[in-house]
Design a protein around this ligand. Structure first.
Ligand code: DGL
Length: 288
């Protein structure tokens, strides 16, 4: 029994690293769908189909629970898969499930679960502005705006789409080019708000790989809500309520890719060491 961690590419390693630290004994299988990255410019139906295929690969490799370590997949595909595919899905008699990373992030950003009854703002409460950097598909979905509005009417969300950035990170673009892109998006967000946001979310897991560039580009004092930590905390809570997906194994770590199993300098610098990806097609299938 293992936990799968899925992303279009190397971005989900930012979530994986937090899960790995929080659940050292869990068996974790990472899948990068690098044959189809980036997802951000793709259409909705394609993202749903690719996300389902990624989950199938991870379930086939022995995961019973998949964390969609990808905002784009969480925004576009998760609800559809939860409505149309995941209910009743089992392998070897065990239930299978997938979880997203956006709701934990919003709960961390607003301090409120969706069921919180008091969503009306206090009359004198100043409106706070949350800046979100995301892919084009996540921005179009307005998921951050919608989910924040369910909890807080006194928080305004301004999303800055960064259509080229995940692809640049995935392709291992030079540092200067990455820094220029991050600087431009941070400046654009501040200009649209008319000042610094009260908090910001790197709403694409690839961006945490260049998190230091975002921290340097944003005005001093803007807190970044840390999506990997928020996800790890939410998963701990979920696992406490769902012992069928217990995170106790041998601490095995596997890294699969649908693409070419090549080294990725940026991801390895973030990870702090070499990463050995295996071709996903060769992932062994567990006995039924
Ligand atoms: N890392 C992903 C996300 O969090 C996907 C980026 C992409 O493939 O465009 O949105």
């Amino acid at each position: 029994m293992a936990i799968g961690v899925f992303d279009s590419g190397v971005g989900g390693l930012t979530i994986h690293r937090a899960l790995s630290a929080r659940f050292p004994r869990a068996d974790l299988i990472y899948l990068a769908d690098q044959a189809h990255a980036p997802y951000g410019p793709r259409g909705g139906e394609e993202i749903v189909a690719l996300t389902r295929a990624g989950c199938e690969t991870l379930f086939g490799a022995g995961a019973t629970l998949v964390v969609l370590a990808c905002n784009t997949a969480s925004a576009i595909a998760l609800r559809r898969l939860q409505q149309e595919w995941l209910p009743g899905l089992r392998a070897g008699g065990r239930p299978l499930n997938a979880l997203g990373i956006i709701v934990p992030t919003i709960e961390a950003a607003t301090g409120l679960p969706w069921s919180h009854p008091g969503i009306e703002p206090q009359p004198q409460a100043p409106v706070r502005t949350l800046g979100v950097f995301s892919t084009a598909a996540t921005a179009r979905s307005a998921v951050y705006e919608t989910e924040v509005a369910k909890r807080r009417h006194d928080v305004r969300v301004v999303t800055e789409p960064c259509p080229e950035l995940a692809g640049m990170i995935e392709a291992g673009a030079p540092e200067a080019a990455l820094r220029a892109a991050v600087d431009a998006h941070a400046a654009a967000l501040v200009a649209r708000i008319g000042g610094p946001p009260d908090g910001a979310v790197l709403g694409c897991t690839h961006y945490e790989i260049v998190g230091d560039m975002f921290r340097a580009a944003l005005p001093p004092g803007v807190p970044l809500i840390h999506q990997p930590d928020a996800t790890a905390a939410a998963l701990e809570d979920y696992l406490a309520r769902h012992p069928e997906h217990a995170a106790d194994g041998t601490g095995a770590r596997r890294f699969l890719t649908t693409g070419r199993a090549a080294r990725h300098a940026l991801a390895e610098a973030f990870w702090g060491g070499p990463l050995a990806f295996e071709p996903a097609a060769a992932a062994p299938r567990p006995a039924a």
